[in-house]
Design a protein around this ligand. Structure first.
Ligand code: PLP
Length: 347
C-alpha cells in the first residue's frame, strides 16, 4: 500500500513534501444491501493503520509539520486522534503530546497512544475544554504543531476518502451518511467531492442524541453518549459542516444510544464490527428506512473506526457461553441450535 499522499498527491497541493506514511487509505467499499430502490454501501475506515479514518488526515498534517521543522505535535482527543497522532509522530521521529478528557476515552485508544510513546495528559473536563486548552498553547509557542482537525492539512488528507469512493463507484454516491462529532470529516468529504469532480452527494450528518449541537443548533455544555468518539458539544468545524449540509441539500439527524447499539449489533451480525460512533451512521440509515424516508440510489455510509477500539460497550449485548463442554454436549448444542438434528453431525 502506498498511502494517500502518493496516491493523490496532485490533489493535495503538497509538491515535494516527503510522506510520513503507514500505508493508510485504499479502504474497502463494500456492497451491504439493496432495499427497494436504494443500494447501501459501507466504507470500512477501521482498516486504516491505527483503526480509524483519522490516519488520512494525520499522514498529511504530520508530513507537513515535519517538513516545516516542527519539534513536536500536540492534540486534544476523544481517543482516535490521539492514537493516530501518536503513531504518525512516532513514524516521523517527533514527540507527541495528547490531552484527553479524564475517564472519557476507551482503554484501547489510550493504550495506542501510550505504546507509541506519546505523552498522555488528561483534563478535568470534556473534549471541548481539552481542545480549547491545546489551541491556546499551540498559539503561544511555535515549538509544537496542532494536529486536531482545525489544522487545514488534516481536512485535506481526509478528502481522500471522497476521492476513493468516486474511484470505486465511477461517480459520487447520491447520498453520503457519516457520524458527526467535531464536524471535520463531513466538511472534508464535501470539499473532497467538490474538488475531485464527478458529482457531490447529499450530505447526511448523524449525531448522538445527547450530543447533537448541529441538530438543535445550540452548543451542548455537557454532551453525553456511549459513542465516545463523537461526544462533542461545540464542534470546531460547525460552520463548514452546516454549509456542506445546506449546499448539498442534506440534513443533520440525531439517534439515541439504543439505536446506536442496535445498529452496532446488526452490522456485527453481518460481519462488520465497528465502534459505537461508527454505528451511528448506520443507525441513521435504519431510522430513515423505518420512516420510509431513505433516499433512492446509492447511499454510502462511512464506518469511521474499528470495533476493537471499544471492547467494553458490546459487552452490553454479547453473551459468551462460559461453561466448559465435551463432545456429547457439543453435539447436543449443535443439534439444538441447528433445529433438532435436521443438519447431519458426523462423529
Ligand atoms: C473522529 C471520529 C468521528 C467524528 O469525526 P469528526 O470529524 O470529529 O466529526 C467519528 N467516528 C470516529 C470513530 C472518530 O474517530
Amino acid at each position: 500500500m502506498r498511502g494517500v499522499i502518493e496516491r493523490y498527491r496532485p490533489y493535495l497541493d503538497l509538491a515535494d513534501t516527503p510522506a510520513v506514511t503507514l500505508g493508510e487509505g485504499s479502504t474497502p467499499l463494500i456492497s451491504w444491501a439493496t432495499w427497494g430502490t436504494t443500494d447501501i454501501f459501507l466504507k470500512l475506515e477501521g482498516t486504516n493503520p491505527t483503526g480509524s479514518f483519522k490516519d488520512r488526515g494525520m499522514t498529511v498534517a504530520i508530513s507537513v509539520a515535519r517538513q516545516q521543522g516542527a519539534q513536536a505535535v500536540i492534540c486534544a482527543s476523544t481517543g482516535n486522534t490521539a492514537a493516530s497522532a501518536a503513531a504518525y509522530a512516532a513514524r516521523a521521529g517527533l514527540p507527541a503530546f495528547v490531552v484527553a478528557p479524564r475517564g472519557q476515552i476507551t482503554q484501547e485508544k489510550m493504550l495506542q497512544a501510550l505504546v507509541h510513546q506519546a505523552t498522555f495528559l488528561t483534563v478535568d473536563g470534556n473534549f471541548d475544554a481539552a481542545l480549547a486548552m491545546v489551541r491556546k498553547v499551540a498559539e503561544r509557542t511555535s515549538l509544537v504543531t496542532l494536529v486536531n482537525s482545525v489544522n487545514p492539512w488534516r481536512l485535506r488528507g481526509q478528502e481522500t476518502g471522497a476521492y476513493e469512493i468516486v474511484d470505486d463507484l465511477g461517480r459520487a454516491p447520491d447520498s453520503l451518511v457519516l457520524p458527526v462529532g467535531n464536524a471535520g470529516n463531513i466538511s472534508a468529504y464535501f470539499q473532497g467531492f467538490k474538488r475531485y469532480g464527478h458529482g457531490v452527494p447529499r450530505m447526511l450528518g448523524i449525531q448522538a442524541q445527547g450530543s447533537s449541537p448541529l441538530v438543535s443548533g445550540q452548543d451542548v455544555e455537557n454532551p453525553e453518549t456511549i459513542a465516545s468518539a463523537i461526544r462533542i458539544g461545540k464542534p470546531a468545524s460547525k460552520h463548514l459542516a452546516v454549509k456542506a449540509v445546506a449546499e448539498s441539500g442534506g440534513a443533520f439527524l440525531a439517534v439515541s444510544d439504543d439505536e446506536i447499539l442496535d445498529a452496532q449489533r446488526e452490522l456485527a451480525a453481518g460481519g462488520v464490527f465497528v465502534e459505537p460512533a461508527s454505528a451511528t451512521a448506520y443507525a441513521g440509515i435504519k431510522r430513515l428506512k423505518a420512516q420510509d424516508m431513505l433516499p433512492d440510489g446509492i447511499v454510502a455510509a462511512i464506518l469511521t473506526g474499528t470495533g476493537l477500539k471499544d471492547g467494553h460497550t458490546p459487552l452490553k449485548w454479547t453473551q459468551a457461553k462460559t461453561e466448559s463442554t465435551d463432545a456429547d454436549r457439543l453435539e447436543e448444542t449443535l443439534r439444538t441450535l441447528l433445529n433438532g438434528g435436521a443438519v447431519h453431525v458426523a462423529h
